[in-house]
Design a protein around this ligand. Structure first.
Ligand code: GLN
Length: 478
């Protein structure tokens, strides 16, 4: 079995059929990483010893004939802002270069109990701020589909690892699009769960009212397996919620045929490049051929989403990152004067983009500007959320582009923050509203990656996952 054919589902079947052992597959992944990652730069650190130990546990279960969880022995890549006890968690920042996590994130705990294997930690934009993985303090991750282009961001390392078969699947985090946009850029699947569906405990916080951890996989089915394992209430994250009970039964194609997908006018106006609009048209056609209905809808406050996000997100960033003073984890500078010590370490520890957001956030929260910016942005956030509530009275799901363009080249946008921020124009409203959304490869040609986004109602991951699974099946038949 070639690694690039392997999915979580097939891997599980292979273990049951004794076609291979978990340790053999882990070894194959490390061999591939050794060869390929010199070029791609998806990983920041590897955890070989722990990975083999964990794989061995699965192999012992197989030998004893014990039952296996769907994730037993599955080799995963983890974004470097999610804590695994005893492993580095740098968030791709010099500020945390020497930090070794002292506890497991709740998602890691759950995955460990399911027998998953962690191959290593992946590159990202520094503290998840960016759309290309170029703001990492350590390396530039290449898009495996086209080495001259960025993989997207901020979960670029996780996405590249999956796209290049250097991991079976991966975890990312999504504050404004960081799972969905890179998934679209590298032709893999990325799910941003409903806010509160997955515990954020042990995720290095960027903007706490927007952050969610989610799966990055080769298929929608795999995303569902990971999501179901990770979701649920957690006493260590007071914003986490248990799923409504009626959500448990499987949906069929007939259920889907009774549903309507909305197409928001505001997401299809100009600005989309040709391959993106072409791919989106094809996806809509394919859904229609399955018998699913479409309806044009309006989300009238969409145009304010980006400005609203770039007030709320930096405000939360400035508060979350204020604890990082460079004293405890990675002291880069020394001084006898405390204020000077903070100033020097923060300047040396944080990159330009992170500093820009801390300054912006501190400004919008400062007295005299709080009402003019922060509190106004919160009101706009309610309007945006309300747009979706109204739309979901008419439709069950919403289909949109993930990003306005196909992946751009290195250096093209890094010096123009506004151009970079525009990559997330279609993903940000979803975070502001706390909704679930999935990015699914639209076309068959991975050399020109384009994804489409399906947005669901709160707690209705089931709807978008089911629609995605039928889309995938149909895509490979047609
Ligand atoms: N690219 C967006 C930003 O830079 C989103 C980041 C994210 O989702 N972590 O803020």
């Amino acid at each position: 079995m070639h690694l690039h054919d392997l999915t979580i589902k097939k891997f599980h079947q292979g273990l049951l059929d004794k076609k291979f052992s978990a340790a053999e597959i882990v070894k194959e992944y490390y061999n591939r990483i050794e060869v390929r990652d010199r070029e791609i730069n998806a990983y920041l650190s590897l955890a070989k010893e722990d990975a083999f130990l964990q794989a061995e546990k699965t192999d012992i279960k197989v030998a004893k004939g014990e039952s296996l969880s769907p994730l037993d022995g599955a080799p995963l890549a983890i974004k470097d802002n999610i804590l695994i006890s005893g492993q580095p968690a740098t968030a791709a920042s010099k500020m945390l270069e020497k930090y070794i996590a002292s506890y497991d994130a709740t998602v890691i705990n759950k995955l460990k109990s399911s027998g998953a294997v962690f191959l290593g930690k992946t590159n990202m934009d520094e503290f998840a701020m960016g759309s290309s993985t170029e703001t990492s303090a350590f390396k530039k991750t290449k898009n495996p589909r086209d080495l001259e282009r960025v993989p997207g961001g901020s979960s670029g390392g996780s996405v590249a690892a999956v796209a290049d078969s250097m991991a079976l699947a991966a975890l990312g985090s999504d504050t404004g699009g960081s799972i969905r946009q890179p998934a679209s850029f590298c032709s893999v699947v990325g799910l941003k769960p409903t806010y509160g569906a997955v515990s954020r405990y042990g995720l290095i916080a960027m903007a706490s009212s927007l952050d969610q951890i989610g799966p990055i996989t080769k298929t929608v089915e795999d995303a569902e397996i990971l999501f179901k394992t990770m979701a649920g209430v957690d006493l260590l994250d007071s914003t986490s919620v248990d799923f409504p009970k009626e959500d448990k039964h499987e949906l069929t194609l007939d259920d889907l045929k009774n549903m309507t997908i909305g197409i928001p006018e505001e997401y299809f106006v100009g600005g989309l490049d040709q391959p993106t609009s072409q791919a989106l048209d094809n996806s809509i056609k394919l859904f229609k051929s399955l018998g699913i209905h479409f309806k044009n809808i309006r989300l009238p406050h969409t145009q304010y989403a980006l400005s609203c996000y770039y007030i709320i997100m930096p405000a939360e960033v400035s508060s979350n990152l204020s604890r990082l003073d460079g004293i405890r984890y990675s002291r880069l500078k020394d001084s006898n004067n405390l204020l000077d010590l903070y100033r020097q370490n923060k300047s040396a520890g944080f990159g330009d983009e992170v500093q820009r957001r801390i300054i912006l956030g501190t400004f919008v929260l400062s007295s005299g500007y709080y009402d003019a910016y922060y509190s106004k942005a919160q009101k706009v956030r309610s309007l945006i959320k309300n747009d979706f509530t109204e739309a979901f009275k008419e439709v069950d799901m919403i289909l949109t582009p993930v990003a306005p363009t196909v992946p751009f080249k290195f250096g093209e946008r890094i010096d123009d923050p506004l151009a970079m921020y525009l990559s997330d124009i279609f993903t940000i409203p979803v975070n502001l509203a706390g909704l679930p959304a999935i990015s699914i490869p639209a076309n068959q040609k991975p050399e020109l990656p384009v994804g489409f986004q399906l947005i669901g109602k709160h707690w209705r991951e089931r709807d978008i996952l089911t629609a995605g699974k039928y889309y995938e099946q149909a895509k490979y038949i047609t």
